[in-house]
Every structure is written in C-alpha cells, then in structure tokens.
Write a protein that binds this ligand. Sequence first.
Ligand code: ADP
Length: 161
Amino acid sequence: MHEKRIGIYPGSFDPMTNGHLDIIKRASKLFDEVIVLIAYNSSKLNNRFSVSDRLIMINDAIKDLKNVRCDSYDGLTVEYAKKHDAQFLIRGLRVVSDFEYEWSLAASNEFIDKDIEMVFLMAKKENTFISSSSIIELASHNVDVSSLVPQKVNEYLKNLD
Ligand code: ADP
C-alpha cells in the first residue's frame, strides 16, 4: 500500500498557462501531493523557454498551493513516477484531438508500467482555446494575454524576442 496518493502532472509548460494552472488546482484537491513535472528530452531542444525559466514561472504560480511542487526530468515520465512512488499521471483534455494524442500516450505508459493510472481532467470551457503555442503566437503580436497566463509568465512574455 502506498502511504500517500501522489499525482504527477507532466507536460512541456512552454510556457505555463491558466489552463494548466486550473488543472493543477483541481488535481491538488484530488491527491495528497501533486508534482508538476517539466518533462523534456535533451536531444530535442526546440523549446521557447529554458527549463530553468519554466521552473521559475511555475514555482511562482504554485507558491500558495501547499501540496504542489515542481520538478523537471529528462526522460520518461513513468520512470520518474516510479522513482517518486507516484501512482497517478494527470493530464488535461481540451478538444477531441487531445483525446487521440492522450490515448496513444496512455497506451505507451501502460506498456511500460501497467500499474500506473492515468487521470484525465476536462478543461474548463473558458480555457479550451488556451494552449502554450497560441499564447506565444498572440504575445508575439503584442496581444495582451495577461488574463490567460499567470503573472510571472506574462512578465516573461513581455520580453520575448
Ligand atoms: P505536452 O507537450 O506534454 O502536451 P503541454 O504543456 O502542452 O505538454 O500540456 C500538458 C498537459 O496539459 C496536457 O495533458 C494538455 O492536454 C493539458 N493542457 C494544456 N492546455 C490546457 C488547457 N488550456 N486546459 C486544460 N488542460 C490543458
């Protein structure tokens, strides 16, 4: 038996949005502990923000959530979960295309570890259109996205090249 119910919320978070934050807040009520995991692959580096900047942005957004912390991992999320005794992987679902992607991801995760449980939370309808890439697109055209992202992310976006 596991002592605590630990959920991992893996993603790119490049950058974090209010859609991600909403999933984190809701997950924090479902689990004893939630780890927001910046899952990256050091051989595929085409990200907008560095992992250390993403950590700063996420840590600032979650600072008032007592059972949530953030980490990064270069490798398979399922392996990270095993190392940290986490039994649940949390993902958010927005549109049907998310479902297709998540379906294959869930199947691969199950192939690696049949005990890991995927937990899907539906996006709030007001967040369905928010994605990291749409935020970057809007911010790069100087559209005010301050109502769509945490405050620290908005600060970073103002300094985009
Ligand atoms: P990945 O590259 O792993 O898809 P993302 O940072 O884009 O990483 O997303 C991480 C998770 O958060 C995914 O499960 C994604 O579907 C979910 N997500 C992204 N944006 C939203 C949103 N606006 N509302 C709810 N869930 C979201």
